[in-house]
Design a protein around this ligand. Structure first.
Ligand SMILES: [Zn+2]
Length: 384
């Protein structure tokens, strides 16, 4: 018999490690899923590329999955969708505009037809016995949300990654009024997820990074290379604005960045005036002082543009003395060795490298998208 006096909550991706965010809320015969993220292997896991949540419970249960709600578009919240969805019965998947666009793009990449439905924070969704409200919050990716889940047993506040930034780059601060409003309905249980929570004080606004870009860009006579997470559209906008202000042409290099640019433009989150953007083949013929190159490789991924360029393997773009490379992202734990090796290769070319070991002017440490840590073992399965 199904217990209708309680809600079970369990972390399908584990909570002991960073990443692999995926949670299930089970009431009676129904299961609501929140997020479906990837984990990343490190040097202790040779031969493993990615980690995905262990969904054996979901595959074997005879309970009904009524839907999946996504909190935001970071890989550790949406990255496992193409591996998980084909293994489960069909159910609706929801996310805010950018989250849905990034997730849908990912599914298309894997040849899947599933569409992620767009939800706006002003509407509630009903999935079986769950009534869900989205609450806009600021994070290092646009369109992030907390989820308020109403059940017959009580209300749950699912607070995924966030940072209260009162002056965010896109001008949309967290919806504190809505947080207060849903709280007034009563909260049976709050799950909260915020790196750096042990430290007191307040983290700086993302807006400060614009000043750091302005300062470094002004000092650079050669080409400026800036690398960050491709999905961090507001960071891309900050670099773009400074580059454009200084009259530099913008060149995007790297597949995931080009996708982010396209999604950002389509949703109206990125504005690149006509005539500003150049292709790598055109950048090749331009003076170094005329260029801002925004590229993939902040985590020193093997196939990224920055790694290719640093190894002189790119047909159009070479690094040379006088250039500056800015890493505007924290290293993801496990990637430090590769990133340091990449920095060495670049520095040996006489190129100035600005990275988190030298300064935190280009990233905000508390923003690293690390979910909460709790003393439970994470479950992982090797990707086929
Ligand atoms: Zn995140």
């Amino acid at each position: 018999m199904n217990d209708v006096n309680s809600v079970k909550i369990f972390p399908i991706g584990g909570v002991g490690n960073v990443t692999k965010n995926m949670y299930a809320y089970e009431y009676g015969n129904e299961i609501l899923l929140v997020d479906c993220g990837l984990g990343f292997a490190d040097e202790t896991m040779p031969g493993v590329d990615l980690l995905i949540p262990d969904i054996s419970y979901l595959k074997n249960t005879n309970k009904k999955i009524v839907g999946l709600v996504l909190t935001h578009g970071h890989e550790d919240h949406i990255g496992a969708l193409p591996f998980v969805l084909p293994q489960l019965p069909k159910f609706p998947v929801y996310g805010t505009a950018l989250t849905a666009a990034l997730a849908t793009e990912k599914l298309i990449d894997f040849g899947l037809q599933n569409k992620v439905l767009v939800v706006t924070p002003s509407e509630d969704i009903v999935l079986g016995s769950f009534n869900i409200s989205y609450i806009h919050v600021t994070h290092s990716i646009l369109d992030a949300a907390h989820i308020f889940i109403r059940t017959p047993v009580g209300n749950f506040y699912h607070g995924s990654d966030f940072k209260f930034d009162f002056t965010p780059v896109d001008g949309k601060p967290s919806d504190l009024a809505k947080i207060a409003k849903v709280a007034s309905e009563g909260v049976l249980c709050l799950l909260e997820d915020c790196v750096g929570v042990e430290r007191s004080g307040h983290s700086r606004s993302e807006r400060m990074i614009s000043d750091s870009f302005a300062e470094e860009f002004r000092k650079t006579k050669g080409r400026i290379f800036m690398t960050t997470y491709a999905s961090n559209i507001s960071r891309l906008n900050q670099a773009l604005q400074e580059g454009i202000r200084l009259g530099r042409k913008i060149c995007f290099v790297g597949r995931s960045l080009l996708k982010s640019r396209d999604i950002g433009r389509k949703l109206g989150y990125m504005d690149i005036p006509k005539g500003v953007e150049v292709k790598p083949s055109e950048a090749k013929r331009m003076k170094p002082s005329e260029l801002l190159i925004i590229l993939t490789g902040a985590q020193a991924q093997d196939t990224s543009a920055l790694v290719r360029i640093a190894n002189d393997e790119d047909e159009n773009i070479r690094l040379s003395r006088g250039d500056t490379v800015i890493f505007s992202a924290d290293p993801i734990p496990g990637n430090e060795v590769n990133i340091n090796n990449l920095i060495d290769i670049i520095a040996k070319k006489g190129v100035k490298v600005v990275y988190s070991g030298l300064t935190d002017e280009f990233h905000l440490p508390a923003l690293l998208w690390v979910p909460f840590r709790a003393p439970f073992p994470a479950m992982a399965q090797k990707m086929m």
